[in-house]
Design a protein around this ligand. Sequence first.
Ligand SMILES: Nc1ncnc2c1ncn2[C@@H]1O[C@H](COP(=O)(O)OP(=O)(O)OP(=O)(O)O)[C@@H](O)[C@H]1O
Length: 245
Amino acid sequence: MVAPPDNDVIWARSLQHSHNGSPGLDGVSLGVRDAEILAVTGPRGSGKTTLLHCLSGQLVPQQGEVWFNNVPVHTMGPRLREHLRRDRFAWIAAEPQLVPELTAWENAALPLLLRGVPHRAAKKAATEWLERLDIGALAKKRPHTLLQEQRQRVSVARALTAAPTVLFADEPTATLHRAERSQLLRTLTTAARSHDITVVLATHDAEVAALADRTVSLLDGRRVATAALPAVSDPEGRSACSLSV
Ligand SMILES: Nc1ncnc2c1ncn2[C@@H]1O[C@H](COP(=O)(O)OP(=O)(O)OP(=O)(O)O)[C@@H](O)[C@H]1O
């Protein structure tokens, strides 16, 4: 095994993974730099989710290596990978995945409570993020009483409350309307930049990818060439455009 470059918080080499014979990833290598926002783009079925699952330790690739901060993840057992995910990573899915019995603030505080952070401190951190996401007034509501877009804000608050080193977001705004989408993404990317959180963002939406610092494109489980273009008119995000060859 060759150790990864020092400035990559995540580094993956030659990842191969197939789902019951259908290829998900076919030799993908990439590095994610500390505090960057990296968009993983590609059409449906191109392997974005499989890649994020491998990078975040949810899935062990059948071949290849994944490193987090110079520690090999692909050789870790399930328990160590679970601890890594709980303590250092956060995940936002397309569909908000909240615990129905818990209130909005309890859901947002969950990562801290699971780490043993005292109740009062966890509640304070969760409440602050709910307020930053404009849903502070809904802190005591349970998920079934919230709109889809409000539930997704709670998911984002939960991810940010965790103060992760790396936040993985898999099509985080796919189920939202356009206006809701751009506001939520801007809040997410602004928060990540101000807290030095590395973000790996899977999307098939070029507008979403344009908020990232850099784009990696997949097609049929393989990386295709990408080119970063200078920002044009977006003051908060940094435009990037990927060219497939
Ligand atoms: N659990 C699974 N069982 C069988 N095949 C799977 C499974 N998960 C993914 N695949 C297949 O692996 C390939 C890559 O899927 P993946 O979900 O990683 O792509 P994606 O780019 O995230 O697509 P989408 O945008 O639709 O989520 C696809 O052909 C898909 O059908």
